[in-house]
Design a protein around this ligand. Structure first.
Ligand SMILES: Cc1ncc(C[n+]2csc(CCOP(=O)(O)OP(=O)(O)O)c2C)c(N)n1
Ligand SMILES: [Mg+2]
Length: 339
């Protein structure tokens, strides 16, 4: 059993807030940006302005923001099919993201990748990924590269409760541990893989983070809707990784408030109950953190409402930017892609 395998869910004290006001405001700004961006994606999809589907991150904002706020700009992340939140949390630009959703030339991939392939190497974003578990090898490779180049950079691998059962996890986590690579595996346990509860498909007593024991890797179970707990836990794990102590696993327990994707309109009528969703809605990471900031005197309710309005406008402008952007020309149909 690894030395710090702690299977008690970590939450922070809601009655205090010792992080700097600047950091709190920035974390809140990023969480609200994710929420408003995702709402706009749903609107754009509903209006028929984008092709295919998108997997919304609404409800899980504290996980991406808590983790990425503990990283340096140069650190790496790998993301998933539910990737918009990770990208925004790492500094992705909402106008270029929205253009990519709509297949436009100003998108991150010149409109040829769409929601599940957005990458920005300049921000260390090694890509969203349509392959469940696809980021595990990439993050481990990025960690190896960071080590071989003599940097102190770390690589974070975001993945879901469903992805923890992919064989790639065994390969990546084992190698990362044997070679003590600077990799942080962040399992976002939003309770479901598509329409199936993780309890139905995963042989684990209680916490998915228990898997870390098999890799001799420290692990933490975190209240994934508590951005402070996620941030502080990540800081500790990142510090270990930077100083050569090797990888670790964080399980952020959270919930997606919407369906698996934008076309999964009413999960409460099919594979989950309204009572369960209501229980998680009471732990919504946004009002939870805003209440806490107000209580700590970091911001007033009016200031936070103003900030929300500014962000809504910013996202609306991103939608307009994407609408105005042209489709890529027919001449470049075979460029920037594997043919
Ligand atoms: C290798 C692979 N298998 C299956 C799928 C189909 N698929 C897409 S999302 C998904 C569920 C993933 O669940 P989880 O890892 O919990 O992520 P979440 O959607 O909950 O964020 C599945 C099975 C896929 N994209 N890739
Ligand atoms: Mg899941």
């Amino acid at each position: 059993m690894s030395e710090t395998l702690e299977m008690i869910q970590i939450s922070s004290d809601e009655n205090s807030l010792s992080l700097s006001p600047e950091l709190c405001r920035e974390m809140y700004r990023r969480m609200v940006t994710i929420r408003r961006f995702e709402e706009a994606v749903l609107e754009v999809y509903t209006q028929g302005l984008m092709r295919g589907l998108a997997h919304l991150y609404i409800g899980q904002e504290a996980s991406a923001v808590g983790v990425c706020s503990a990283l340096k700009d140069e650190d790496y992340i790998t993301s998933t099919h539910r990737g918009h939140g990770h990208l925004i949390a790492k500094g992705g630009k909402v106008d270029r993201m929205m253009a990519e959703m709509m297949g436009k030339v100003d998108g991150y991939n010149r409109g040829k990748g769409g929601t599940m392939h957005i990458a920005d190497m300049s921000l260390g974003i090694l890509g969203a990924n349509g392959i469940v578990g696809g980021g595990m090898g990439l993050a481990t490779g990025a960690g190896l590269s960071a080590r071989m180049r003599g940097t102190d950079l770390v690589a974070v691998c975001f993945f879901g409760d469903g992805a923890i059962n992919q064989g790639a996890f065994l390969e990546a986590a084992n190698l990362a541990s044997v070679w003590k690579l600077p990799v942080l595996f962040v399992c976002e346990n939003n309770q479901y893989g598509e329409y199936t509860s993780h309890r139905a498909v995963t042989a684990i007593r209680e916490h998915l983070a228990e898997r870390a024991a098999g890799f001799d890797m420290p692990a933490a179970v975190v209240d994934g809707n508590d951005v402070v707990a996620v941030y502080e836990t990540t800081q500790k794990m990142v510090e270990r990784a930077r100083t050569g102590e090797g990888p670790s696993l964080i399980e952020n327990k959270t919930y997606r408030y919407r369906g698996h994707h934008v076309g999964d309109g009413n999960p409460e009528k099919t594979y989950r109950t309204q009572e369960e969703t209501d229980r998680w809605l009471a732990k919504d990471p946004l009002p939870r953190f805003s209440r806490r900031m107000v209580k700590a005197g970091i911001a007033t309710e009016a200031e936070l409402a103003d900030l929300d309005a500014v962000i809504k406008q910013h996202v609306l402008e991103a939608v307009e930017f994407a609408k105005q952007s042209p489709y890529p020309s027919i001449e470049e149909v075979t460029q920037h892609v594997y043919v």
